[in-house]
Structure formats: C-alpha cells, structure tokens
Design a protein around this ligand. Structure first.
Ligand code: B3K
Ligand code: ZN
Length: 850
C-alpha cells in the first residue's frame, strides 16, 4: 500500500484535464464485502488540454469489465488508475468494479460504520469507489441509483424515485467527485423545512441512528440559522429541493460538505444538555454553519486543484467565524479564534511543518488540511476585508460569486476579484499566500512635543525550504489612550508594507498609551517591551475588547515566564488587576472567564524558546500550578459570592449568555477546589443536570486528585454513549498529574472500551496526551514511546489519523538535548516501520528534517 519513496506533486506542473465529463450515472449494488459499482460516464475532449491521454484514477478496485461506446475494452491497469485508447470525439465510458466497504478501515471512499454505509471522498477518496478523473477541476452532474437492503438509501441532490430496496437521486449541479456522497443504513430523520429568500421550500433532514433522535434539535436549528444568515449577509440562497445531514460514528474529521448531503462526525452534530457541554454546542453550531456555507464557497465555486485548498477553506472558516460572532459574542469569539490560531497555527508556522497557505508541493494532500490552510487562510480574508473596508468586501464577494459560479477557481482568481472591484494593487498582499512563517513586528516609540511616533519593524524567520522572507502587507490597527484611560485616538488602520516604517500622531496633550494590533488585525507576533503597570492599565481601560483580554494574557505570561526563569515576577500586580476585572459586573461573564484562563503550557514553551530559553515542561507546569494557587488564595473571600452570582444551576439553555456564566462559575469553582479540597466541586457534580457542569466539576475534582468516585459514577451513568465515554477517556489523560499521565494512558488503552479504530476514541486518549505537555514530555521519555507505539499500530489501519497525530512530535527541537534525542529516536522508529503509509512518511519526514 505504500510507495517506497513518496513522490511530491507540484503546483507548477498543473495541466488542464485531457477530458471533461458531461454526465455521470452510477449504480451501486451494496454488499459489505462485495459492493458492485457500475458507472456510465460521458466524456468529451477538453479543447484547452495539452494532452489526449485518457487516464482515470482508481485505487483498491477490482475491475470486472469496461466498455467504450458499448464495446468491451481491456484497459491498461497502471499504478493508481487505468489508461485506454479512446475516440477523438465525445464517448461513453462504462465500467463495473467491485469494492469492499467492510474492510475499508482508512475511512476514505465507501466504508462501513456500525453497519451503515457511508462515504468520504475529499480529497482523493472517489478513486476508491470507481475509475474516474478524480480531480476537482472535472465537474459533472451525477445521477445515482442505489440498490441495497437498508431502509434508507441516500445520495447527493434531489430524490427522483424509490421503491423497495432501491432509490434514485439526481444532482443537477456540476460537481467534482470529491463532493460525491452515499449513505445507506437503518436511520431516522428529524425533518423540518426552510423557505428561502425567493420563497422556495427546502426539505431539511437530519439523519441519525434510532435512539439519537433526542440529540437533533440543536443541529437542525443551527442549520436553519446558517441558511438564513447566508442569505442575509452574503445574499446566498440554497439551490436544491432538499438538504440533508447524516451523523456517522466513525469519521476522520468533523464533517464533510458533500453537495446536498453533508456527512458529520456524530461529535459535530449530536447535542443534548445532558450529554454535551457548552463548548460542544458552540462547536456544533460552527461546524454545521461551516459545511452549509461550503455550498457556495467550495461547491458552487470549487478549487481548480488542491493547491487552492485555502480558497474554499480559508474563506469558509472566515464565514463561519463571522456567523458565530453574530450568533454569540463577537469579542469572545474573536478571542477564542485567536487563541486557537496561536495554539495550533503559530505552533505549525514556527516549526518543521511550516508551509504556505498556498503550498508549492505536497506528497499526500490529506496532510494539508492544516491550521495554516484553514485558520491562517481565514485571517488572510479578514485582513483583506480590513484593508478594503466592509462595503468593498461585500462588493468583491458579489463579483466573486458572479464571476466564478460553476467554476473550479484559483487563489489568484480570488485576489484578482478584489483588485478588479476595488482598483487596489494587491501584489504585495499575495505574499501572504506564498510566504510561510509568522511575521514578527517589533515596536519602538518616541514622544516629543506633542507628537507620538510609532516605529514598526517587521521580519519573518526562515521556514523549511524558504530562507529569504520579504516584507508583508500588514493591516495594523492602533488606538491611543490618554493618562486617565480615555481614548484619545480611536482605532486607525496603519498599513505596514516596508521592513521598517514610522507613523506619527500629532497634537497630543500627554504621552499616550498605545493599544496595538487591535482586534488582532494581522496574524503576527508583536514584540514590545512593556511594564506590568502598562498591561494593567490596558486591562482596565482598553476599549478594544480583544486588546483588553490581550493585556491580561500578556501580563499573566510575563508573570509565568519570570517565575520559570527565576526573575522577579510581578505576581501582585497581576493578582490585583485580575481581581478588579473579575469583579467588574459590567463585563460579560464569558469575557471574564477567558481572562481567568492562564496561557497554556505549550504557548509558554514556545514563548520561552523564542526568548532563547530551553523550555522545561515540568517547570512550566509547576509555575502555572503555583500561580493558580496564588489566584485562588487571593480571590478566596470573593469566590463564594462571585460563584453565586453566576447562578450556574439555572435551567439549562445552550445560549452564549448562560454559557458565559457557566464558564466563569466553573473557572471560579476550579480555583475554589484548591482551597476546599473538592467539597464544592463534588456537590456540584452530584446535583448537575447538564454535561457542562458535570464535566466542569469532574475536571476540578481530577485536578485535585479527588476524582475517583465521580469518574466511576460517570462511567456507570453514561456507559454505552460513545460520545460521552470519549470525554471519560479524555478527561483522565488531560487532567492527569505529569507523573501519572503515561500510566493512565496505558491503562486506558487496555480498557475494554478502548475501541482504537474509532477516530474519536483514539483522539480522546492520544489527543488528550498531546494536550498534557508535562505528561507527554515527561523526562522518562515514556510519553514519547507510548505515542510512537500507537502511531505504528494505527498507521496501517487509518493512515490519515496516524499522520495527523504525529504532529505531537512537531515541537521536538524546542526541548533539551535528552528530550530531543528521545523524540528523535521515536520518530525514527516510526519512520523505519515496514510499509509505513505515504501519509505518515511525509509528516514524520518533514518533522525530522524540517
Ligand atoms: N472539507 C472537509 C475536510 C476534508 C478533509 C479531507 N482529509 C471538511 C471541511 O473543511 O469542511
Ligand atoms: Zn471546510
């Protein structure tokens, strides 16, 4: 199954398809181990093609017969597909192949999940279903007939006809094969409908296994909200008679935007107060929106090739972030988005896996569904909007939809739309797509004669394969505050285009305090010396909510870094500032809850590394513990009253307002657990009637090493509910003390319910180990060894997940020589595994050599 030496594919080698497809008709005869797929494909030579070679992708297929224009042929079966001699004029290619969904553990192509058939074709899974030009620039309408014994038989588009044991579907919108979907199983639907902006009635169906019906109401509402929002904000109307979502237990990622038939990981759609946390509800709402929004940004306008992936993903993430901001609190959403960006994308961009938003080459495209393509891609859209302004952004999007509807487009097309509609030259802005790495912006300032001068210097460190970096076009939002905290200059967007540039603000009475990079207006790292007093001042007075939070975060970081490096830590200033902020009833509880959270261990490790200090994971862990203890003691007298105000036991509703109160209440309770030995947390656990409180209380108890009784209760209570049991697995590892994380991980892998072939369960345990840096990086090296053991075990079963999880090792060069050697040895051990997948070879090779 593996190439000895995986060969990269280059963007520069793109050539148009030799043949285009006008029509596809597929018939599926479903059978777990011997499904037959009969295809009729109408081809026509592409007038723009450079070659006339007829090649169809195909992998793991047994070809039973093939015909051209009704005449049997014997095609040339070659590596990765087939070749055949074909006429110069339009022709019909027919084939019958056999595939085995039941033994397909990679969960790509047609596979089975708990007895139900489902598909995942992005990026290159369709070639495991039948022979086809499996590339996104070949778009065609599909007709599908499904024959099988399951009661529910679904595919893309509109239902045409059905009878006992069969159903036919017609998708009139030309689509690339990666958007194909088929589902068959014993399913039940929550049904609803949506009337579009032009009065068309769309049937909505959310399909789940019998027994899960009670977890579908929230998802359906999120879908309707998304449909309405896309009409109101982007003028985008839905375009089929029916829109369906299916929940599947075994799924490699969150969800997939197949035309008219979205397939979702159960974790990304099923929700109920008893089984889902507020964070789950929020994520579900965002993913449903994301997949729905793809109908226009991804499906109607798709990508020419996979190097353009961010064209659909960056834009669609940006749109789902806008949606969440509108549905919830804009400020809190922005802070969460930036935290996720820094946690995952900055980590990627500053390590061996750094790559461009538009890469020049890849070995396995599945390895490029990354935080850089998605989240940095979304930041690029946000920067464009900031640079051109809201109205010009709307006009550009209108032009984009008008100009490229029905096309397989490129990132260049996208940027050109902005140039054409605004008249701006975006030559330099294009660098954001082609230059990897996180730019640093160093700030210096000068104050004289009523003029405040800000000097910004930008530089981007080298990344693998890209040593030279040029200045980026950075929208840099700035506001100025006077000595009494009033804003003397409201937000202005400075455009930083040179390596170094100065900006003067004249006519000021006093030296101002700058509020820099407001709203996090560009994905850069700001470098500026500051004092605890200035940070506390901004935390108290900044009118930009993002920077208000940022002031608290940087102050906490200064404190922690000083504690770790043995310098004077401004702990008191931090405790004072945070107390004032936490007690400020005028502030949204969700915002206060975020401010209560300390910078994570990985974030601190990167910060230390950037400052030339080798991070010690145990010291980082201890510093955080010490500061949390100090916070608990400092806030001691206020905790009961503040917690009572949050009224966490009010009847549950999954809205942002209540979620914010629960977040703050639980944050405070977790501090209280450090003082009361867990009494309050146990009481809350015992009376909790929703998962947010139950899990929050459990987490607090685990942290205090008092979680045994609650853990046992949790298991009994939710035995058999896979999604909740994922939490049971994850919590034990993520909250384990550093010395115990590995032994707990090992014990859990022996548990009868450790169904490791299920991606959610595997991630629950090993994703949690990644999230416990002090445990993973334990000096014994056992965290590395157990991780590598399981990558080796998973790789032949599900290479996509194995490759993705191997990023646990991406920060290996940050650490001391012992840890580096231990990690390197484990990476090499995995790489030396016989038959290692192309996916894992590429990832681990880049991690090792990048
Ligand atoms: N487009 C899919 C991701 C497919 C991943 C393939 N390895 C989900 C999304 O971004 O909406
Ligand atoms: Zn997407």
């Amino acid at each position: 199954m593996t190439d000895a030496r995986p060969q990269p594919i280059y963007l520069a080698d793109y050539t148009p398809p030799a043949f285009l497809v006008d029509e596809v008709a597929l018939t599926f005869h479903l059978n777990p181990t011997a499904t037959r797929v009969v295809s009729h494909i109408r081809f026509r030579p592409n007038p723009d093609a450079k070659s006339r070679e007829f090649f169809l992708h195909g992998e793991q297929l047994t070809l039973l017969r093939a015909r051209i224009d009704g005449v049997d042929i014997t095609p040339d079966l070659v590596d990765g597909g087939l070749k055949a001699d074909v006429p110069e004029a339009p022709f019909t290619f027919e084939a019958e192949v056999e595939i085995s969904p039941e033994t397909n553990t990679a969960l790509e192509g047609l596979y089975m999940s708990g007895g139900m058939y489902c598909t995942q074709c992005e990026a290159e899974g369709f070639r495991r279903i039948t022979y086809y030009p499996d590339r996104p620039d070949v778009m065609a309408p599909f007709k599908v007939r499904i024959e099988g014994s399951d009661p529910v038989l679904l595919s893309n588009g509109n239902p045409i006809a059905s009878g006992d044991g069969w159903a036919e579907w017609d998708d009139p919108w030309p689509k690339p094969a990666y958007l194909f979907a088929l589902v068959a199983g014993d399913l039940v639907a929550r049904e609803d409908s949506f009337t579009t902006m032009t009065g068309k009635e769309v049937d909505l169906k959310l399909w789940v296994r019998p027994g899960d019906e009670g977890k579908t109401a929230f998802g359906m509402q999120a879908l309707k909200d998304s449909m309405k929002w896309d009409e109101d904000v982007y003028g985008r109307e839905y375009d089929l008679d029916i829109f369906q979502i299916v929940a599947v237990s075994d799924f490699n990622m969150g969800a997939m935007e197949n035309k008219g038939l979205n397939i979702f990981n159960t974790s990304a759609v099923l929700a109920s107060p008893e089984t889902s946390t507020d964070a789950n509800f929020e994520r579900i709402e965002a993913i449903i929106a994301h997949e729905y929004f793809h109908n226009w940004t991804g499906n109607r306008i798709t990508c020419r090739d996979w190097f353009q992936l961010s064209l659909k993903e960056g834009l669609t993430v940006f749109r789902d972030q806008q949606f969440s901001g509108d549905m919830r609190s804009k400020a809190v959403c922005r802070i969460n988005d930036v935290s996720a960006l820094r946690g995952r994308q900055f980590r990627e961009d500053n390590g061996p896996l750094a790559h461009q938003v538009q890469p020049d080459s890849f070995v396995e495209i599945n390895n490029f569904y990354t935080a850089t393509i998605y989240e940095k891609g979304a930041e690029l859209i946000g920067m464009l909007k900031t640079l051109v302004g809201d109205a010009a952004y709307d006009a550009a999007l209108d032009l984009y939809f008008q100009r490229h509807d029905g096309q397989a487009a490129t990132i260049e097309d996208w940027v050109r739309v902005f140039e054409d509609s605004t008249g701006r030259d975006l030559t330099q802005f294009r660098r954001w797509y082609k230059q990897a790495g996180t730019p640093r912006v160093a700030v210096s300032e000068d104050w004289a004669d009523g003029t405040y001068r800000l000097t910004l210097r930008q530089s981007t460190p080298p990344t693998p394969g890209q040593d030279e970096k040029l200045p980026q076009h950075i929208p840099f939002a700035v506001g100025l505050l006077g000595p009494n905290g009033d804003e003397v200059l409201p937000t202005q967007i400075l455009e930083l285009t040179e390596a170094e540039q100065s900006f003067a603000f004249e006519g000021l009475a006093d030296k101002p305090t700058p509020s820099l990079l407001r709203h996090f207006s560009a994905p850069v790292i700001l470098e500026r010396e500051s004092t605890a007093e200035e940070r506390a001042f901004l935390l108290a007075h900044d009118t930009d909510p993002f920077n208000k939070w940022e002031a608290g975060r940087t102050l906490a970081k200064d404190v922690l870094v000083a504690m770790i490096t043995g310098e004077d830590a401004p702990i008191d200033a931090y405790l004072e500032a945070i107390t004032v902020m936490l007690r400020d009833d005028a502030l949204d509880p969700a915002f206060r809850a975020l401010t209560l959270g300390l910078p994570g261990q990985d974030d601190l490790a990167q910060t230390l590394f950037d400052a030339g200090v080798t991070p010690d994971p145990q010291k980082i862990y201890r510093a955080r513990q010490t500061l949390l203890q100090a916070m608990a003691e400092h806030l001691q007298d206020h905790l009961p009253r503040m917690m009572a105000e949050m009224d966490v036991t009010a009847p549950f509703a999954p809205n942002a307002e209540q979620a914010g109160k629960r977040a703050l209440g639980l944050g405070l309770m977790t501090l209280l657990t450090r003082l009361d030995g867990g009494t309050a947390a146990q009481a809350l656990y015992d009376r909790a009637d929703n998962m947010t409180l139950r899990l929050g209380a459990l987490g607090a108890l685990l942290q205090a090493q008092k979680g045994d009784a609650a853990l046992a209760d949790f298991r009994t209570r939710f035995d058999g509910d896979a999604l909740v049991m994922d939490k049971w697995f994850a919590m034990q590892v993520s909250h384990a003390a550093p010395d115990q994380a590995v032994s707990i991980t090992k014990a859990l892998t022996e548990d009868k319910d450790f169904n490791w072939k299920n991606p959610n369960r595997f991630r629950a345990v090993f994703g949690a180990l990644m999230m416990n840096p002090a445990g993973f990086h334990h000096a014994s090296g056992e965290g590395y060894a157990v991780f590598a053991d399981w990558l080796i075990k998973l790789d032949p079963v599900n290479p996509q997940i194995a490759a993705r999880m191997s990023s646990a090792f991406e920060t290996w060069r940050r650490y001391d020589a012992d840890r580096q050697n231990m990690m390197k040895a484990q990476i090499e051990r995995v790489l030396a595994t016989d038959g290692l997948s192309r996916d894992s070879q590429e990832m681990l090779g880049r991690i090792l050599n990048g």
